[in-house]
Design a protein around this ligand. Structure first.
Ligand code: PLP
Length: 233
């Protein structure tokens, strides 16, 4: 895709984000547009960064590794947003700025151990399974506080916030009630973390179809793929 076309799309999406933010009295500067770059090649990722994208999100380890080796993300942050199997933790920890999809205690412990071996601190988000879907990974809302308490005690993990993907929406606006619940969980966690709340400032929710509702309900990071690059092959 042409750089010019990408630049126009980035600007159009940012304008929508700003409009949704202003509607609810938020400062548009609180919200970051993350490009979900799965299936897009290194040249397209570079074009997106040249067009103003500052954060890329990758959801497969192999693709992430390939594009890192091609220096595709130079000039931007890279986040891991997909399902991370424990046997691939070492390919991701220390190589990405943020792992957004930490959805189990086992994974959390694996990341802390791996980061310890590298003498690093890995920034993470806890993923919440907000729709209670069996097909999805993530902590159940009632497990979240325990997971957050565990994470803030880990020396090689820094808890930055929460991420969630609501159930696939049938109609426009369906995601909003889920975003509202996630925001309440987020505020609750911040309140209960006491002195550790300082590093928690990220709420990752909203994708191509529903990012404006995510912003209306308090998102600070929206992950947009098709809305930016067009349909995936
Ligand atoms: C692909 C993906 C997105 C973006 O989805 P679109 O519908 O293409 O905007 C967001 N978050 C995650 C975790 C993804 O895997």
């Amino acid at each position: 895709m042409e750089w010019m076309e990408l630049k126009e799309r980035v600007e159009a999406i940012r304008a929508q984000i700003a409009a949704a933010a202003i509607e609810v009295g938020r400062d548009p500067a609180e919200i970051t547009l993350e490009a979900a770059t799965k299936t897009r090649d290194a040249a397209t990722v570079r074009a997106a960064i040249a067009a103003g994208i500052t954060v890329c999100g990758e959801n497969r380890v192999q693709e992430l590794t390939q594009k890192l080796d091609q220096f595709a993300y130079d000039g931007a942050e890279v986040h891991f947003i997909g399902h991370l199997q424990t046997n691939k933790i070492n390919k991701v920890v220390g190589r990405v700025d943020l792992i957004e999809s930490v959805g189990s205690r086992h994974l959390l412990e694996g990341i802390d151990a791996c980061a310890a071996r590298l003498e690093r601190v890995q920034d993470i988000l806890l993923e919440v399974n907000i729709g209670g879907e069996e097909s999805k990974t993530g902590f159940a809302p009632e497990e979240l506080l325990t997971a957050a308490e565990l994470a803030v005690k880990m020396p090689h993990v820094r808890l930055r916030g929460l991420m969630a993907i609501p159930p696939v929406a049938q109609h426009m606006g369906d995601s909003r009630k889920f975003f509202h619940k996630i925001y309440q969980l987020y505020v609750d966690i911040i309140q209960k973390m006491g002195d550790n709340r300082g590093t928690i400032s990220c709420l990752s929710m909203g994708m191509s179809q529903d990012y404006a509702d995510g912003v209306r309900e308090g998102s600070t990071l929206v992950r947009v793929g098709t809305g930016l690059f067009g349909p995936r092959a």
